[in-house]
Write a protein that binds this ligand. Structure first.
Ligand code: DX5
Ligand code: ZN
Length: 218
């Protein structure tokens, strides 16, 4: 499968969100990554349902919603109604992760689990078959524009081994500090989906930057 690119709208211009989402529609982006932060699970607040709905109205690509919130189980259905096709919850926020994954699937979305940089992939061994996508955080969640943590390469290889050992078809998504230098290394380590926020939106030509990430060979 060719790798997927998921630009993060966290780095978009919120005063011209329609324009930026339309740019993503016209680009070679595969998914649109939407970062929801509650000021509790992470030390920052991004946006909630009204902004998600504004994105949904314009977006023509699957919305990949990354919930950096406590008690995500309280809001799964609402995010689905807001247009989420992939809903990812944090391992660290879910004492009943298996139940929450079933809840996400029951409303028709794909189920994702995000791991903080310090969380080992081995903790997913009993649920990997229930997961559609694992997001490996390559920065501490909460902010765009942070420096990539290089321990991520090792985690990708470990996760790939776990997925193969369990016969899972789960995708590996990398989120945080992705750029043109680390992208080929991430892909050759086994990543399937690359999130990119500031690298795309702070570039001179975001459409071209997305295309460049999409065309990486490794
Ligand atoms: C970080 C978010 C990321 C963020 C990535 O908490 O989950 O999705 O938008 O931004 P960059 O690519 O700038 O690190
Ligand atoms: Zn994210």
């Amino acid at each position: 499968m060719p790798h997927l690119i998921a630009p993060s709208v966290l780095a978009a211009n919120f005063g011209q969100l329609d324009r930026d989402v339309e740019m993503l529609n016209q680009s070679s982006a595969d998914w649109i990554h939407v970062d929801v932060m509650d000021g509790r699970f992470v030390p920052n607040i991004s946006f909630g349902f009204p902004v998600l709905q504004a994105i949904q109205k314009v977006a023509q690509k699957p919305l990949d919603v990354h919930l950096m919130i406590e008690h995500p189980e309280l809001y799964i259905e609402q995010f689905r109604e807001g247009g989420a096709e992939i809903i990812s919850v944090h391992y660290e926020a879910c004492p009943h992760l298996h139940r929450t994954l079933q809840q996400i699937k029951a409303c028709g979305a794909k189920a994702g689990v995000a791991l903080n940089p310090h969380t080992p992939v081995s903790l997913l061994s009993e649920v990997i078959q229930d997961i559609d996508v694992v997001i490996l955080m390559s920065v501490n969640p909460g902010f765009g524009g942070q420096k990539f943590i290089s321990n991520t390469y090792q985690k990708i290889r470990e996760l790939k081994a776990l997925i193969n050992a369990k016969g899972s078809s789960c995708l590996i998504e990398i989120d945080g500090g992705v750029n043109e230098e680390n992208a080929p290394l991430l892909l050759s380590a086994g990543a399937d989906v690359l999130v990119a926020g500031s690298f795309v939106f702070n570039s001179q030509n975001p459409t071209q930057t997305i295309q460049d990430l999409k065309q990486i060979t490794f």
